[in-house]
Design a protein around this ligand. Structure first.
Ligand SMILES: NC(=O)c1ccc[n+]([C@@H]2O[C@H](COP(=O)([O-])OP(=O)(O)OC[C@H]3O[C@@H](n4cnc5c(N)ncnc54)[C@H](OP(=O)(O)O)[C@@H]3O)[C@@H](O)[C@H]2O)c1
Length: 403
């Protein structure tokens, strides 16, 4: 039975309830779990063991990465389980030291692959796994389900995307399609069971705008990493060999120490990439969790998308590159892609629909919580770019994330 908002606020204020976060080892899930812990909540994270590490050790390693102190760690329980297993929850939660039932669930576990060849796995987690978590919510007396979705449930469209349910649409990939279907599933089960539901829809999340730290190096990072990878190959060719391979592709060292690497990147005159740093994403999530007591759909987006030209300029400046330029599609008709451009283009394929985005996202529902706290999504300027990419390089694009 649905509890009143007053009771919910009181329960939360007493910090006596248990919040379950699925996807606790993930980028968003771990940051949200830490924010909840730091706000004084008791949190149980649902985590799988990996091939190399048991669930407990994976969480301990993350707790170190976040610099959690002992006091905060005492409010954190680890439940080992896989959302694909319908009986995951009881087995997982048995023996955890939480205060009893699960009062609220933040569902972050998801398969974020775009590739069609992964359709079965993506559907299994984003629909089947979600159904298992919702079934558990219904039988455990959970009063509030927080479903982390994506702004791209909007699918292939231009113009304003509203904070409303997406009943049907054309999707770019299986990820978008299953996230859209997942929202409707969550809505229907929560309505039927009288569970409050918030749906959070971030756009593209990158590292911390203040520190550059991150746990994932996909999306924004991928095209930059590919350019740095190519730069390093041809720098080595020039410095350590005769530079023939580089010169065949028109790549050369300039007198100012910049590597000239002629790559044209297709970019329309309008649109851009909608980027939200993880610190802002979590701040907005927490604000909505606190204020959005009646349930609803909330975009967590940047009202100032980054133009690809700006991203390219930032990358050229930081990585001392020259010759990388954006241009319209007509340029490739006049002069087809050379071998280097074809190679780079292949790296961009999966992300292209998000790089020239003409969509805008309504923030009517999220706005009051943002305004109340003065939360404004940072513009993705050079300083933030440099912080994030320096951290990426420092950690070998994630290979050396955990010392
Ligand atoms: N990152 C973004 O830019 C972004 C943007 C918009 C929306 N989102 C949404 O945010 C949510 C989290 O995404 P993310 O970027 O944090 O992804 P992520 O880093 O890949 O994390 C996914 C999490 O789900 C867990 N998981 C996957 N399959 C599972 C299973 N069968 N059972 C239990 N746990 C499972 C993973 O566990 P393992 O560690 O064991 O694999 C991991 O903890 C998703 O709903 C995504 O759609 C993300």
């Amino acid at each position: 039975m649905r509890i009143g908002s007053g009771t919910l606020v009181e329960r939360r204020a007493a910090r006596g309830q248990r919040i379950l976060v699925t996807g606790g080892t993930g980028f968003l899930g771990s940051h949200i779990a830490v924010a909840l812990l730091r706000a004084g909540h008791r949190v149980t994270v649902l985590v799988r063991s990996s091939k190399k590490l048991p669930a407990q050790d994976r969480v301990a390693r993350l707790a170190d990465w976040f610099g959690l102190d002992e006091g905060v760690r005492r409010s954190l329980d680890v439940a080992e389980g896989d959302v694909l297993d319908p009986g995951w929850a009881e087995a997982a939660l048995e023996g955890t030291a939480g205060p009893g039932p699960v009062d609220e669930i933040v569902h972050c576990a998801s398969n974020t692959a775009f590739a069609e060849r992964k359709r079965a796995e993506v559907e299994a987690v984003n629909i089947g796994g979600l159904r298992n978590v919702l079934d558990f919510a219904a039988r455990s007396g959970c009063v509030f389900f927080h479903h982390v979705s994506t702004a791209f449930v909007a699918g292939k469209r231009t113009g304003l995307c509203r904070e409303e349910w997406v009943e049907s649409g054309k999707f770019t990939n299986v990820y978008e399609e299953t996230k859209a279907g997942g929202e409707i599933l969550a809505r229907d089960v929560c309505r039927r069971e009288g569970i409050r539901l918030n749906v959070y829809r971030p756009s593209i999340v990158y590292g911390d705008s203040r520190t550059g730290r991150t746990l994932r190096f996909n999306a924004l990072y991928f095209p930059v990493k590919a350019a740095v990878f190519l730069r390093d190959i041809y720098l080595a060719d020039i410095r350590e060999r005769d530079g023939r391979k580089a010169s065949e592709l028109g790549i050369r060292m300039k007198e100012n120490g910049y590597l000239f690497m002629p790559i044209r990147i297709e970019a329309g005159r309008e649109g851009g990439i909608n980027l939200v740093p993880i610190d802002h994403c979590v701040d907005v999530f927490m604000a909505i969790l606190e204020d959005g007591l009646e349930g609803g759909v909330y975009h967590i987006v940047n009202s100032r998308p980054t133009r690809i030209e700006d991203l390219v300029d930032h990358a050229k400046r930081l990585f001392r590159l020259d010759g990388v330029e954006t241009c319209g599609l007509e340029a490739f008709v006049a002069q087809p892609r050379n071998a280097l451009e074809t190679l780079y283009d292949a790296y961009l394929d999966a992300y292209r629909p998000y790089m020239q985005d003409l969509r805008t996202f309504e923030i009517k529902n999220a706005a009051p919580a943002l305004e109340k706290r003065g939360l404004v999504c940072p513009e993705f300027d050079y300083a933030i770019f440099a912080r994030c990419m320096n951290y990426a390089v420092e950690t070998g694009w994630g290979a050396r994330l955990f010392p």
